[in-house]
Design a protein around this ligand. Structure first.
Ligand SMILES: [Zn+2]
Ligand SMILES: [Zn+2]
Length: 68
């Protein structure tokens, strides 16, 4: 598997979009693994998740009322 940005051997896959990335292109980014229905809403976040640096994870969860 090769890095999506430079074709070096990839170290892992982006936690957000699934692109393969090498050690020089991977970046840490907090990853939200769950939400508590509290007031205000609280999130369980994993710091330093593998991020490819190319995709754009949204900082806030997006409301999807149609899935209710
Ligand atoms: Zn790379
Ligand atoms: Zn990505």
């Amino acid at each position: 598997m090769l890095c999506a940005q430079c074709d070096e051997t990839a170290r892992g896959c982006c936690r957000f979009c699934g692109r393969a990335v090498c050690s020089s292109h991977q970046q840490p980014l907090p990853y939200i693994i769950g939400l508590f229905a509290a007031d205000p809403t609280k999130a369980i976040v994993v710091g330093g998740a593998l991020w490819c640096g190319a995709c754009r994870p949204q900082p806030e969860p997006i409301a999807m009322p149609e899935l209710r």
